[in-house]
Design a protein around this ligand. Structure first.
Ligand SMILES: [Zn+2]
Length: 325
């Protein structure tokens, strides 16, 4: 029987771990709060404890390795978390080596959005597809590129930042310091901002009603609820966000010629209006030869990074390469 694999997702809110077989079937899982404000060593201890709890009574000799997803930017070749805005004190932490030393097992590290791409490719909507791009649309826009069946990492391992392509010159300021990035135009906070601006201009009564008359409480979630009620202003905002995302994906279609775009993250729950707008925009903006790209919803839900971490360490142990995945 194949050995089991451990996947870990180090998030700003939770540390989660699961144990899978090589087919991605979950055998056991564990989770705890990250409590990042308690500092780097406390979080490291919780990572170790969560792995131990997830493995539980299983014999350690039956564990082939541990895959770890952490927020970027990180260096997947060296296994180092370079800087994590949501994790104070995490600057140039050699996380792969630390976990490998603690458990005496092979460990591979990847950034969470890249691993989500790998997870959907191995176990989710992208199974059997050689060339695909995964995009997550939530509080930010991240992604990962699978090219020829392999995760495309780039020279330093920082590739796949598809949310930081400039879509609108002179557009809103992005968290990365640039103006007009896709993330600054179409992620959840941008959708909330567009909705608040509309409400302040006296449009979108449904938005205001759902927020109990308080403009500051209008978020992307409220926009989604208003779309479900058929509110035309909310629909217009989602079409605008969908157009920006469609332009971003049309750029990627032209550059990479993928077979499939897989879209995940909270904003995608707004439903068909977003997906229809994205597909229509790609049909208009991409070159004819690349327009046959499919756009599908992610399949793995909350486990996507964990399963991507499992896929990462699964590949690494198969090939006996760690840190150069
Ligand atoms: Zn940016």
């Amino acid at each position: 029987m194949d050995k089991s694999l451990v996947g870990v997702d180090l998030g700003g809110t939770q540390v989660r771990a699961l144990v899978c077989n090589s087919e991605g079937e979950v055998l056991r899982r564990a989770a705890t709060l990250t409590l990042a404000h308690e500092g780097y060593e406390a979080v490291l201890r919780r990572i170790h404890e969560t792995i131990v709890e997830a493995v539980g009574p299983l014999p350690w000799t039956e564990i082939a390795g541990i895959g770890v997803g952490a927020p970027g930017p990180l260096d997947p070749y060296a296994g180092v978390v370079v800087h994590a805005p949501n994790l104070p004190g995490w600057d140039r932490v050699p996380l792969r080596q630390i976990i490998a030393d603690r458990f005496c097992l092979p460990v591979a590290l990847g950034n969470d959005a890249n691993l989500a791409a790998l997870g959907e490719h191995r176990f989710g909507a992208g199974r059997g597809v050689a060339d695909m791009v995964y995009m997550t649309i939530s509080t930010g826009i991240g992604g990962g590129i699978i090219s020829g069946g392999e995760l495309f990492l780039g020279r330093g391992g920082y590739a796949g930042e598809i949310g930081h392509q400039t879509i609108l010159v002179g557009g809103p300021l992005c968290g990365c310091g640039n103006h007009g990035c896709l993330e600054a135009l179409a992620a959840g906070p941008a959708i909330g901002r567009m909705a608040r601006e509309a409400a302040e201009e006296g449009r979108g009564q449904a938005l205001l009603d759902l927020a109990e008359g308080d403009v500051s409480r209008i978020t992307a979630r409220v926009v989604s609820q208003a779309v479900a009620l058929g509110d035309p202003t909310a629909e217009e905002i989602i079409r605008r966000a969908g157009t920006y995302i469609g332009i971003g994906l049309a750029n990627l279609a032209n550059i990479l010629n993928p077979e499939l775009f897989v879209l995940g993250g909270g904003v995608t729950h707004v439903g068909p209006l977003l997906f229809d707008t994205i597909r229509e925009t790609i049909q208009k903006a991409a070159m004819v030869a690349s327009r046959d790209v499919r756009v599908e919803r992610a399949a793995l839900g909350d486990d996507v990074v964990l399963l991507g971490a499992v896929a990462l360490i699964g590949r690494a142990t198969d090939r006996n390469v760690y840190g150069n995945v």
